[in-house]
Design a protein around this ligand. Structure first.
Ligand SMILES: *Cc1c(COP(=O)(O)O)cnc(C)c1O
Length: 436
């Protein structure tokens, strides 16, 4: 059976991939998203060439317009002082509103359901306060054993702070013995088993270590079926996989903006609160920025909530840490998540196949093989002694390939379809294969 060759990388299927440098070059020449790469500053290696940047899941690269957007705010501050709050070119009082449409489209949410605010772990605490409300026998929170440490610390400290008992109230799901990824059946069985004792399910949309994508729609449904709420940490999901939080019914979600969203170091994070909680909101920790902007400055004693998710804001936002995110969200809007996901799948498929073809023995991919169960990340386990794994990892940077390393033997490679080329992917493969 023969297929006509696709005219662009967006039409590639697994069967079209070839593990060669020539194929990578063909992909770059037939990539309708290729020009977005020019919109980013790409660090250069010792040879002066842009590096193969595979750590966008740690800190996404800087969109070139970020510099201008930050400078404009500095200029308004310099020339207007406090007047900038209302008379700046983008008045700071309403500044967070510029992020609504971009965040809503990436989250698959209504604009009223998202807000750019705080940082990720802070948002986790705020949202736990609203949505983890243990009462009577329903007091448990289901999390993942291998969760990112900050999430673990947030949940456990929160449980203690409200007088709960970690050992009883925190229930964990984990991969089976000898496996790396969670099984959906196990998650759903745990939810069903906990039943009436479960107050909240809190998981990651994309697991940071393995790159596994969880089925948000079905897990949320399973949580709701036993009367629990369901919230999501989307640190590795926003801007990486397609999301439909509103339709999937998630109660809440939060994410950081410096990974796939390229918002810059420590960028302002974001939160989603489903519309069903807007009318009769659960208890929440409040601050003046959550009040209605039309009378916020009357400084009245009563908290009159602003619309939707905005009411969860507590403080006036750090404008300089928000500005770069505008640049990146704009690029996401232009490129479109659907195309980005197509390219991402082609890139991880290509890296995986090429690694195998180059006889990179002793390499095991922990990320699920199904494209629907992975984002744009491959977690590459280098089997054998950890010292060897370290050595392989340390040989990458001098070759102009930036990845990250998770003790004891996992290299995480996260190409970013907005700015990573197939040539970059080939360099990664070449670098690993040549040292193994
Ligand atoms: C990156 C990441 C964090 C980091 O938390 P900050 O509050 O942004 O420092 C937390 N949780 C997860 C799952 C992450 O991937």
């Amino acid at each position: 059976m023969t297929r006509t060759a696709p005219s662009s990388i967006l039409g590639l299927t697994a069967a079209d991939l070839k593990p060669t440098a020539e194929f990578a070059a063909w992909c770059d020449a037939h990539d309708p998203l290729a020009s977005f790469r020019d919109e980013f500053e790409i660090p250069r290696g010792a040879d002066g060439r842009p590096v193969s940047y595979m750590v966008g899941n740690s800190l996404g690269l800087m969109a070139k317009t970020s510099r201008r957007l930050v400078t404009e705010e500095l200029d308004d501050w310099a020339t207007l002082g406090a007047e900038g709050h209302v008379h700046g070119r983008r008045p700071w009082v309403w500044y967070h509103e510029h992020f609504r449409s971009g965040l809503a489209s990436l989250a698959g949410a209504k604009e009223s359901e998202v807000v750019a605010m705080n940082t990720l772990t802070a948002n986790l605490h705020f949202l736990l306060m609203s949505f983890y409300r243990p009462a009577g026998a329903r007091r448990r929170i289901l999390v993942e054993r291998g969760a990112f440490p900050s999430d673990r610390f947030a949940v456990r400290s929160f449980v203690r702070a409200i007088g709960g008992e970690e050992a009883i109230d925190v229930v964990e799901v984990a991969p089976r013995e000898g496996e790396e990824c969670l099984r959906h059946a196990d998650i759903e069985a745990t939810i069903a088993r906990e039943g009436d004792s479960l107050a909240l399910v809190l998981l990651s949309g994309v697991q940071y270590y393995t790159g596994q994508v969880l089925d948000i729609a079905n897990i949320t449904r399973a949580a709701h079926a036993v009367g629990a709420r369901c919230g999501w940490d989307l640190a590795h999901a926003m801007g990486n996989v397609e999301l439909r939080l509103h339709d999937w019914g998630a109660d809440f979600a939060c994410w950081c903006s410096y990974k796939y969203l390229n918002g810059g170091p420590g960028a302002v994070a974001g939160a989603f609160i489903h519309e069903r909680h807007h009318g009769t909101p659960p208890p929440r920790l409040e601050g003046w920025w959550g009040t209605n902007p039309s009378n916020r400055f009357e400084m009245g004693p009563r908290f009159e909530p602003g619309p939707g998710a905005d009411a969860w804001q507590v403080s006036n936002p750090p404008i300089l840490s928000l500005a770069p995110l505008r640049a990146s969200l704009d690029l996401f809007q232009k490129a479109g998540m659907e195309s980005l996901v197509c390219k991402a799948r082609a890139m991880t498929g290509f890296i995986e196949m090429a690694l195998r073809d180059r006889g990179a023995n002793g390499v095991r991919i922990l990320t699920p093989p199904a494209t629907s169960e992975r984002g744009c990340q491959l977690s590459i386990s280098l089997e054998g002694p950890p010292e060897r794994a370290r050595r392989v990892f340390e040989s990458l940077k001098p070759r102009g390939v930036y990845c990250d390393f998770r003790h004891p033997r996992v290299i995480r490679a996260a190409p970013a379809p907005l700015y990573t080329s197939f040539g970059d992917c080939w360099r990664l493969v070449d670098a690993i294969a040549s040292v193994l």
